[in-house]
Design a protein around this ligand. Structure first.
Ligand code: UD1
Ligand code: CA
Length: 508
């Protein structure tokens, strides 16, 4: 590990080519901001201090940097007068006078800590005044070129706009990552001018100054040039995002994760997977998601900040801030909202939405259900089409369903309400009062069958014909009576449900 290391991260530029109200370095890629990736790589070098140069949108950028790298010093560059000026501002903001200074840009999201650390170590071992992390690329357009003398020694860096046609042919480029002897850098920064095509103070001019002073200068060629590639617009951001994802997915496969379709599998940088996890196509594992061994996720699943237990099965599901227990099953078509916890071997089935719900071990919510603000005890079973009515229009309330309760289809639990251990409901029950342990709650009215209804009320229809063919008849008492056949269907249905007094027969 390099000793007495200062890292300066440049992030003052506007990033206008992103055409965004969000600053370039704050754009997300692989589950972090661009600068978040850079700061993670920087942290791996264990620097003495980190100085970030901010300018455009300094409040947002500065706050984000301090969240990613607590203790980072922020240096404000009021006007973007060039990279040399930016580093000067950084050096003035900290009292680093000895050791090594590493300069990096905030927009290289593929950068890894070990590449950065090796570069700093080589720079120190070679006792150079300046080291350039260079790369050999097919298309060097836009980059500063590393100019070497006849012996191959580095003479300087020339920017695209200032380069001669011959220099533009050079394919060895300055990645933008440079290492300096701190004392030399501090003094050299006062000697750079802005007499160039851009009228900017170029940090890269320090290379020529070192050479003129007879100091040692060198370049360290990075094998993996994409690590130092920056994203300037959204197309480049997407291309780097795809490459970052390809690298992450490949790494997990090498660590024992089965990925059926790497091109449609997206895994964020901070996701953690155990060996023998299987990921099926069109799956996104985002944020701080953690998946334990033998779990199978997908197809068509998005999990953000979720925890999935051993051997769980999650199919066509959207989940956020949810915990899925070992051997539990979820989906297809489940929506797990924040605060969902599913116990070991529990089940959340098709077309089920859950939120702030603690579902116990072995408990099942198999079909077409909304579970909000609830606790469901171990081994309980919730019937199809149940609604946990948690919201009274003003406040949210909790429902508690006891251990091994058995609630029937199409129940509504009007919170706050408690359904006791081993209790149950009949189909279509609206539970408004607590149900004691072991009791069966029933709220629907008794059923009445109006014999011959289809023949009387729907004569001449297929319905009536089918009823007649099946032997349906109009009861004796109805054929002689003076019943008003003009009654509309709705009122009859209403009578049937509510047991209205005009009803032709008494409920039984
Ligand atoms: C720079 C290098 C070039 C290198 C390329 C790699 C110089 C003069 N040129 O060119 O040799 O090949 O990076 O990508 O250094 N910034 C500030 N303040 C400023 C100017 C820039 O903070 O006043 C920041 C930018 O936000 C950016 C970084 O410094 O993060 C690089 O600046 P940019 O203008 O993009 O430099 P390039 O022209 O790409
Ligand atoms: Ca750039």
């Amino acid at each position: 590990m390099p000793k007495n290391l200062t890292v300066i991260v440049l992030a003052a530029g506007g990033g206008t080519r992103m055409k965004s109200k969000t600053m370039k370095v704050l754009h997300p890629i692989g589950g972090r901001s661009m600068i978040g990736h850079v700061l993670t790589a920087v942290a791996a070098c264990e620097p003495e201090r980190i100085v970030a140069v901010v300018g455009h949108q300094r409040e947002q950028v500065g706050q984000h940097i301090q969240e990613c790298a607590p203790g980072a010093v922020l240096a404000v560059q009021e006007q973007q007068l060039g990279t040399g000026h930016a580093v000067k501002v950084a050096m003035e903001a900290c009292d680093c006078r000895t050791g090594t200074v590493l300069v990096a840009a905030g927009d290289t999201p593929l950068l890894q800590g070990d590449a950065l650390r090796r570069f700093a170590e080589e720079h120190e071992a070679a006792e150079r005044a300046v080291s350039i992390l260079s790369g050999v690329v097919a298309n060097p357009f836009g980059y500063g070129r590393v100019v070497r003398g006849p012996e191959g020694d580095v003479e300087g860096i020339v920017e695209e706009k200032d380069a001669t046609p011959g220099q533009r042919e050079i394919r060895e480029i300055n990645s933008g990552i440079l290492a300096f002897d701190a004392a030399f850098l501090r003094e050299a920064l006062d000697r750079i001018g802005n007499d160039n095509a851009n009228g900017e103070f170029y940090l890269t001019d320090v290379v020529g100054i070192a050479r003129a002073d007879g100091l040692t200068v060198g370049a360290h060629t990075v094998e993996d040039v994409r690590q130092t590639e920056g994203a300037n617009d959204r197309a480049q951001l997407a291309a780097l995002g795809a490459e970052l994802n390809r690298r992450i997915v490949t790494r997990w496969m090498k660590d024992g994760v089965s990925v059926m379709d790497p091109t449609t599998t997206w895994i964020d940088a901070d996701v953690v997977l155990a060996a023998d996890v299987t990921i099926l196509p069109n799956t996104q594992l985002l944020g701080a998601t953690v998946v334990d061994e033998d779990a199978v996720i997908g197809p068509d699943t998005t999990l953000k900040d979720c925890e999935v237990g051993r051997a769980a099965r999650v199919v066509r599901t959207h989940g956020e801030l949810a915990v899925i227990g070992a051997e539990a099953t979820v989906g297809p078509f489940a929506h797990l909202r924040p605060g969902t916890t599913l116990g070991e071997a529990g089940k959340i089935g098709g077309f089920v939405e859950t939120k702030n719900a603690d579902i116990g071990p072995g408990a099942k919510v198999p079909h077409l259900t909304y579970v909000g603000d609830a606790e469901i005890g171990e081994g309980a079973n919730i019937g199809a089409g149940t609604v946990f009515a948690n919201y009274d229009g003003v406040a949210k309330h909790r429902t508690v369903v006891g251990r091994h309760a058995r609630t029937a289809s199409n129940s509504t639990f009007v919170a706050p309400v408690v359904i006791g251990d081993g209790a149950g409901t009949g189909a279509g029950t609206v539970v408004r009062r607590d149900v004691p342990p072991g009791a069966l709650a029933v709220s629907a009215g008794p059923q009445r069958n109006l014999e011959g209804w289809a023949l009387q009320r729907r004569p001449g229809t297929d319905q009536a014909a089918a009823a007649a063919a099946a032997g349906a008849e109009v009861p004796e008492s109805e054929t002689s009576g003076e019943r008003d056949v003009s009654h509309d269907t709705a009122s009859r249905v209403g009578e049937a449900g509510g047991g209205g007094s005009e009803s032709p027969r008494t409920p039984s």
